[in-house]
Design a protein around this ligand. Sequence first.
Ligand SMILES: [Zn+2]
Length: 208
Amino acid sequence: MAWTCYSCGIKNPKTADVCQKCGGSVAAPANFYIQWIFGGAVFFLIFYITGTFAGGVLIESVAVPENSAVLAEINAARKADVPEYKSLETAEPEVLTAAKAVVTEKNKAKMSGLFKGVLYWCFPVVLFVLCGIIVGFISDGKTILEPGIGSILGQAGGVALHVYVFDSDLTWMVMAIGVVPGFGLAALGAWLGEIIQDRRERAGGITA
Ligand SMILES: [Zn+2]
Protein backbone atom coordinates (compact mmCIF):
# COMPACT_ATOMS: atom_id res chain seq x y z
CA MET A 1 0.00 0.00 0.00
CA ALA A 2 1.20 3.48 -0.78
CA TRP A 3 2.06 5.73 2.12
CA THR A 4 1.43 9.41 2.53
CA CYS A 5 4.33 11.63 3.52
CA TYR A 6 3.65 13.46 6.78
CA SER A 7 5.78 16.46 5.80
CA CYS A 8 4.63 17.26 2.31
CA GLY A 9 1.47 15.21 1.87
CA ILE A 10 2.39 13.40 -1.36
CA LYS A 11 1.72 9.70 -1.84
CA ASN A 12 4.73 7.41 -2.18
CA PRO A 13 4.82 3.81 -3.37
CA LYS A 14 5.33 1.12 -0.77
CA THR A 15 8.75 0.38 -2.22
CA ALA A 16 10.08 3.86 -1.48
CA ASP A 17 11.85 4.14 1.89
CA VAL A 18 11.98 7.90 1.78
CA CYS A 19 9.57 10.42 0.30
CA GLN A 20 10.23 10.99 -3.38
CA LYS A 21 9.52 14.67 -3.08
CA CYS A 22 11.01 15.83 0.19
CA GLY A 23 13.09 12.92 1.43
CA GLY A 24 11.04 12.57 4.60
CA SER A 25 10.52 9.09 5.96
CA VAL A 26 7.61 9.58 8.33
CA ALA A 27 4.25 8.28 7.14
CA ALA A 28 1.16 10.19 8.23
CA PRO A 29 -0.95 8.21 10.72
CA ALA A 30 -4.07 6.81 9.10
CA ASN A 31 -6.44 8.88 11.21
CA PHE A 32 -4.45 12.10 10.82
CA TYR A 33 -6.43 13.50 7.89
CA ILE A 34 -9.80 12.44 9.26
CA GLN A 35 -8.86 14.14 12.51
CA TRP A 36 -8.19 17.42 10.73
CA ILE A 37 -11.43 17.27 8.81
CA PHE A 38 -13.37 17.13 12.07
CA GLY A 39 -10.93 19.26 14.06
CA GLY A 40 -11.10 21.82 11.28
CA ALA A 41 -14.90 21.63 11.25
CA VAL A 42 -15.03 22.69 14.91
CA PHE A 43 -12.80 25.68 14.21
CA PHE A 44 -14.81 26.69 11.15
CA LEU A 45 -18.09 26.35 13.03
CA ILE A 46 -16.85 28.73 15.75
CA PHE A 47 -15.47 31.19 13.21
CA TYR A 48 -18.65 31.02 11.11
CA ILE A 49 -20.89 31.83 14.05
CA THR A 50 -18.54 34.56 15.28
CA GLY A 51 -18.30 36.08 11.80
CA THR A 52 -22.01 36.10 11.07
CA PHE A 53 -22.80 37.62 14.46
CA ALA A 54 -20.13 40.27 13.96
CA GLY A 55 -21.67 41.01 10.54
CA GLY A 56 -25.08 41.45 12.16
CA VAL A 57 -23.61 43.83 14.74
CA LEU A 58 -21.88 45.79 11.98
CA ILE A 59 -25.17 46.24 10.10
CA GLU A 60 -26.85 47.42 13.32
CA SER A 61 -24.06 49.90 14.00
CA VAL A 62 -24.22 51.32 10.47
CA ALA A 63 -28.01 51.64 10.84
CA VAL A 64 -27.79 53.55 14.16
CA PRO A 65 -30.10 56.52 13.67
CA GLU A 66 -29.32 60.23 13.85
CA ASN A 67 -30.77 61.98 16.90
CA SER A 68 -32.84 64.26 14.67
CA ALA A 69 -34.42 61.25 12.95
CA VAL A 70 -35.28 59.70 16.34
CA LEU A 71 -36.86 62.97 17.51
CA ALA A 72 -38.89 63.19 14.33
CA GLU A 73 -40.06 59.60 14.83
CA ILE A 74 -41.03 60.26 18.45
CA ASN A 75 -43.12 63.25 17.43
CA ALA A 76 -44.68 61.43 14.50
CA ALA A 77 -45.70 58.53 16.77
CA ARG A 78 -46.91 60.54 19.78
CA LYS A 79 -50.60 60.74 20.61
CA ALA A 80 -52.48 63.91 19.82
CA ASP A 81 -52.81 64.92 23.49
CA VAL A 82 -49.06 64.63 24.16
CA PRO A 83 -47.14 67.90 23.64
CA GLU A 84 -44.41 67.96 21.02
CA TYR A 85 -40.98 66.78 22.20
CA LYS A 86 -38.35 69.48 21.74
CA SER A 87 -35.34 67.27 22.47
CA LEU A 88 -34.48 63.61 23.15
CA GLU A 89 -33.66 64.43 26.79
CA THR A 90 -37.31 65.10 27.54
CA ALA A 91 -38.48 61.78 26.06
CA GLU A 92 -39.30 58.89 28.39
CA PRO A 93 -36.76 56.03 28.13
CA GLU A 94 -39.29 53.55 26.71
CA VAL A 95 -40.47 56.09 24.11
CA LEU A 96 -36.85 56.74 23.16
CA THR A 97 -36.00 53.03 22.89
CA ALA A 98 -39.05 52.30 20.77
CA ALA A 99 -38.35 55.21 18.39
CA LYS A 100 -34.68 54.22 18.03
CA ALA A 101 -35.71 50.67 17.13
CA VAL A 102 -38.20 51.90 14.53
CA VAL A 103 -35.69 54.26 12.86
CA THR A 104 -32.95 51.59 12.96
CA GLU A 105 -35.27 49.19 11.13
CA LYS A 106 -36.15 51.90 8.59
CA ASN A 107 -32.45 52.58 8.01
CA LYS A 108 -31.78 48.88 7.53
CA ALA A 109 -34.66 48.63 5.06
CA LYS A 110 -33.15 51.53 3.10
CA MET A 111 -29.76 49.80 2.68
CA SER A 112 -29.25 47.97 -0.58
CA GLY A 113 -29.12 44.20 -0.45
CA LEU A 114 -25.60 44.25 -1.82
CA PHE A 115 -24.36 46.71 0.83
CA LYS A 116 -25.97 44.65 3.58
CA GLY A 117 -24.48 41.48 2.11
CA VAL A 118 -20.99 42.98 2.07
CA LEU A 119 -21.33 44.16 5.67
CA TYR A 120 -22.71 40.81 6.81
CA TRP A 121 -20.24 38.54 5.04
CA CYS A 122 -16.99 40.51 5.35
CA PHE A 123 -16.18 38.96 8.74
CA PRO A 124 -16.96 35.33 7.79
CA VAL A 125 -14.86 35.69 4.61
CA VAL A 126 -11.82 37.03 6.46
CA LEU A 127 -12.28 34.59 9.33
CA PHE A 128 -12.51 31.58 6.99
CA VAL A 129 -9.14 32.43 5.44
CA LEU A 130 -7.72 33.03 8.92
CA CYS A 131 -9.17 29.77 10.18
CA GLY A 132 -7.66 27.91 7.21
CA ILE A 133 -4.28 29.46 8.02
CA ILE A 134 -4.56 28.38 11.64
CA VAL A 135 -5.57 24.80 10.80
CA GLY A 136 -2.94 24.52 8.06
CA PHE A 137 -0.33 25.86 10.42
CA ILE A 138 -1.07 23.91 13.58
CA SER A 139 -1.62 20.56 11.89
CA ASP A 140 1.84 18.98 11.68
CA GLY A 141 1.39 17.37 8.32
CA LYS A 142 0.26 18.73 5.01
CA THR A 143 -3.41 19.65 5.20
CA ILE A 144 -5.16 21.73 2.57
CA LEU A 145 -8.15 19.71 1.40
CA GLU A 146 -8.92 18.63 4.97
CA PRO A 147 -9.60 22.17 6.23
CA GLY A 148 -11.60 22.70 3.04
CA ILE A 149 -13.80 19.69 3.78
CA GLY A 150 -13.87 20.71 7.45
CA SER A 151 -15.12 24.15 6.39
CA ILE A 152 -18.12 22.55 4.68
CA LEU A 153 -19.03 20.67 7.86
CA GLY A 154 -18.41 23.79 9.96
CA GLN A 155 -20.53 25.87 7.64
CA ALA A 156 -23.34 23.30 7.73
CA GLY A 157 -23.19 23.32 11.53
CA GLY A 158 -23.20 27.12 11.58
CA VAL A 159 -26.21 27.39 9.28
CA ALA A 160 -28.02 24.68 11.29
CA LEU A 161 -27.47 26.72 14.47
CA HIS A 162 -28.78 29.86 12.76
CA VAL A 163 -31.85 28.05 11.40
CA TYR A 164 -32.78 25.86 14.38
CA VAL A 165 -31.32 27.57 17.45
CA PHE A 166 -30.87 31.30 16.82
CA ASP A 167 -33.93 31.56 14.59
CA SER A 168 -32.15 34.16 12.45
CA ASP A 169 -32.83 35.15 8.86
CA LEU A 170 -30.28 32.72 7.43
CA THR A 171 -31.66 29.80 5.43
CA TRP A 172 -30.15 26.68 3.89
CA MET A 173 -29.96 28.67 0.67
CA VAL A 174 -27.03 30.52 2.25
CA MET A 175 -25.31 27.17 2.67
CA ALA A 176 -25.97 26.25 -0.96
CA ILE A 177 -24.46 29.52 -2.16
CA GLY A 178 -21.62 29.61 0.35
CA VAL A 179 -20.32 26.06 0.25
CA VAL A 180 -17.97 26.48 -2.73
CA PRO A 181 -16.59 29.93 -1.82
CA GLY A 182 -16.23 28.72 1.78
CA PHE A 183 -14.25 25.70 0.65
CA GLY A 184 -12.07 27.93 -1.54
CA LEU A 185 -11.37 30.43 1.23
CA ALA A 186 -10.57 27.66 3.72
CA ALA A 187 -8.24 25.89 1.28
CA LEU A 188 -6.57 29.20 0.40
CA GLY A 189 -5.99 29.87 4.08
CA ALA A 190 -4.69 26.35 4.66
CA TRP A 191 -2.29 26.70 1.74
CA LEU A 192 -0.98 29.96 3.24
CA GLY A 193 -0.74 28.24 6.62
CA GLU A 194 1.38 25.47 5.11
CA ILE A 195 3.71 28.03 3.52
CA ILE A 196 4.14 29.79 6.87
CA GLN A 197 4.76 26.42 8.53
CA ASP A 198 7.37 25.48 5.89
CA ARG A 199 9.17 28.77 6.33
CA ARG A 200 9.26 28.42 10.08
CA GLU A 201 10.50 24.87 9.92
CA ARG A 202 13.23 25.82 7.52
CA ALA A 203 14.19 28.84 9.58
CA GLY A 204 14.25 26.69 12.70
CA GLY A 205 16.22 23.94 10.96
CA ILE A 206 13.59 21.35 11.81
CA THR A 207 13.58 18.41 9.44
CA ALA A 208 10.82 15.90 9.44
ZN1 LIG B 1 7.41 14.32 1.50
